[in-house]
Write a protein that binds this ligand. Structure first.
Ligand code: NAG
Ligand code: NAG
Ligand code: NAG
Ligand code: NAG
Ligand code: NAG
Ligand code: NAG
Length: 582
């Protein structure tokens, strides 16, 4: 049964993407498994997701158990991205395999987001745990599911698809002490004497025990979502630094935010409200360092949780048939580009997030350069579980096993080179000096190929950003606003490059399913162009110059298409395009 299914899935993947077409076979167990997940059944998943954890400010360097169990024994994806840098929309994208413009859950609270919007969009019937249960999994979750899942709506309706749940709910989600939990169908309760992450640790281990002793011996998915290193907040716009467990409070004395090139720079950078920020004084910078230190301290209890989970799986002999994933919903910045501690931006600090995986067939100690995103995670789990991919996934399976990765690395260009990043709403800082709330709606694009590494964005006030991240990894020199004309990419001028990036962004901002993973095929239906380098050929100069440009007529707080400029562009040699999905 599984073999037949697996073969169908294999053929399906081969048609869809060369990169997924590895000689994938379920690894055999060496330890004589006692539980449901044995060598002929589907693998188990333990999915650990932190909240607001950066990759680029080095937070995982301070997590020795993550390094030991997942870094040294698993594979690290150093170019893994979220596609929207804020909790709830990012989590919904991850749990559905869809871009935020397709879930239309674009904010943390109604009317544009939060748990009520997840429900009203019909997604409670159509997301990962529901699909996994249908495929024969037992599913469990503890921690934060998403924002605005609260003491007011916890049972109206219940999140579907779970065999066991113990959620952190608002307004007590982000309290390191006296957090509010809501277990299975019981009413919410508060835990004044316990440390939040330690509770998550205990609840996670108890669900693992339920999962491995379940009478039906099914494979399992256990989601573990601690709030560290998120700021403390009661759901308003007031934030205070994360609170570490008492046993970690004295660690890392004097530790400071890395002073990278873009740290509180002398010259203004970015666009929109960010370009207008004043340089930070020493008091504010010191406050940022406090934020940095308490974040790292708060992550120590998550690190211990990772150790406990891995040790538990090891004791039960399940490591050979369990994938352990470690990631974060979005990244974080502290004083880069003169910003207060926070997220919500398309800067690399906010969108590049940790992603580690360990499990059967995964190479130990491997670091992968391939571009992957949170919308790829649901398809990846499907792929690993041998479940046929859904037609409406906006992402595609990540190469996970050694052979899949080798193949994708050999044919580098067969794997997507782009990330579509989007945001709707306000921009604000956390911290003691938050500044004013500003318009922060934008469309952005990361594109990384052989010989180029670019970020491009269009803001709702129609400002543009273009960074050459090979020469400017800190994103300090906005080539779209610079008057100098010498910079070239592949021998093409900045306006020539920008015309291609803009056309690609025009496709991506409304893409669905395969047009998200293969956007060049929309512009070039002959499918002879598959990457930026090829599109830069001067044969296409006139075509790209004449393409309608990404623009906005207004800054909205949600996805109001009538304010989002042109939706339809032109196909090369093919007239106008895309009526079937706009
Ligand atoms: C292993 O899985 C197969 C197929 O699901 C099942 O028939 C068998 O009983 C399992 N063996 C153990 C030892 O659990
Ligand atoms: C988990 O829930 C599914 C769907 O309701 C059910 O079929 C399955 O038996 C449950 N598993 C256990 C161990 O209760
Ligand atoms: C804990 O939180 C609850 C509300 O969730 C509140 O009623 C209670 O007073 C709090 N207890 C402490 C000790 O702060
Ligand atoms: C530093 O900047 C903050 C925020 O603008 C301001 O509140 C504070 O007064 C400044 N401190 C000094 C010493 O200038
Ligand atoms: C935000 O955008 C709205 C709509 O485009 C505009 O009316 C308003 O002036 C903008 N606010 C700021 C602070 O730029
Ligand atoms: C997204 O949701 C908002 C709020 O319900 C709605 O006004 C808007 O039209 C929706 N956008 C799309 C593209 O469906």
């Amino acid at each position: 049964m599984f073999l037949a299914h697996s073969l169908i899935s294999f053929l399906f993947l081969c048609l869809g993407t060369i990169a997924s077409c590895g000689e994938y076979s379920m690894p055999t167990s060496s330890s004589g498994l006692k539980y449901g997940a044995n060598s002929t059944s589907k693998p188990n998943f333990v999915f650990i997701m932190t909240d607001d954890q950066d990759q680029l400010l080095d937070s995982t360097d301070y997590m020795p158990f993550v390094q030991k169990h997942l870094g040294e024994q698993g594979t690290f994806y150093q170019r893994h991205y979220c596609t929207i840098a804020v909790c709830c929309p990012s989590r919904v994208s991850l749990l559905t395999g869809k871009a935020a413009h397709n879930t239309n859950v674009t904010d943390v609270a109604p009317p544009y987001g939060g748990y009520p919007k997840f429900i009203s969009q019909g997604l409670n019937d159509n997301y990962l745990p529901v699909w996994l249960q249908e495929a024969g999994y037992n599913t469990y979750y503890t921690g934060k599911l998403m924002n605005a899942h609260s003491t007011a709506n916890w049972n109206n309706p219940f999140p579907k698809g779970w065999n066991g749940t113990d959620f952190l709910i608002d307004p007590g989600t982000y309290l390191y002490w006296n957090a509010t939990f809501q277990r299975n169908t019981s009413p919410p309760s508060s835990f004044p004497n316990d440390y939040n992450t330690d509770l998550i640790n205990d609840k996670a281990l108890a669900f693992l025990e339920d999962a491995v002793t379940a009478a039906d011996s099914k494979p399992f998915f256990v989601g573990i979502a601690p709030i560290a290193p998120h700021s403390v907040t009661r759901g308003d716009l007031a934030f205070t630094p994360p609170e570490p467990a008492p046993r970690h409070m004295d660690l890392f004395p004097g530790l400071k935010t890395p002073r990278t090139a873009n740290f509180n720079p002398e010259e203004p950078s970015g666009a929109g409200w960010i370009y207008n920020l004043e340089r930070l004084n020493d008091t504010v910078v010191e406050h940022g360092d406090l934020w940095y230190r308490t974040r790292i301290q708060s992550l120590q209890s998550v690190d211990e949780l990772v150790d406990n989970v891995v040790n538990y799986l090891s004791e039960k002999g399940l490591l050979d048939n369990t994938y352990i994933i470690y990631t974060s919903d979005n990244g974080f910045h502290i004083n880069q580009h003169r910003l207060q501690p926070g997220k919500l931006c398309a800067f690399e600090e906010d969108i590049n997030v940790p992603f580690y995986i360990r499990g059967p067939g995964v190479e130990a100690g491997k670091v992968v350069d391939l571009v992957t995103t949170h919308t790829d995670i649901a398809p990846t789990l499907f792929d690993l579980a041998g479940i046929e991919l859904r037609d409406d996934f906006d992402g595609k399976p990540m190469p996970i096993t050694k052979s899949q990765i080798n193949q994708a690395e050999e044919i580098h260009k067969s794997r997507s080179e782009h990330v579509n990043v989007e945001f709707w709403g306000i921009g604000l800082g956390e911290g003691k000096y938050p500044g004013t709330v500003s318009n922060n709606t934008y469309k952005a694009l990361r594109i990384i190929g052989e010989g180029y590494n670019i970020m491009y964005s269009v803001w709702c006030n129609n400002e543009h950003e273009l960074y050459d991240m090979i020469t400017d990894p800190g994103q300090l020199k906005n080539l779209a606003r610079s008057s100098e004309t010498e910079t070239q990419i592949f021998g093409r001028s900045i306006p020539e490059v920008q015309s291609r990036l803009d056309a690609l962004l025009l496709v991506l901002k409304t893409c669905k399913a395969s047009t998200c993973t293969d956007p060049w095929s929309v512009l070039h239906p002959q499918r002879d162009i598959t990457n930026l380098e090829q599109a830069l050929d001067q044969t296409y100069d006139a075509f790209y110059e004449a393409q309608p440009k990404v623009s906005f007529s207004k800054c909205e707080l949600g996805q109001i298409l009538s304010s989002e400029g042109p939706l339809v562009g032109n196909m090369y040699e093919g007239g106008s395009m895309w009526p079937n999905w706009v």
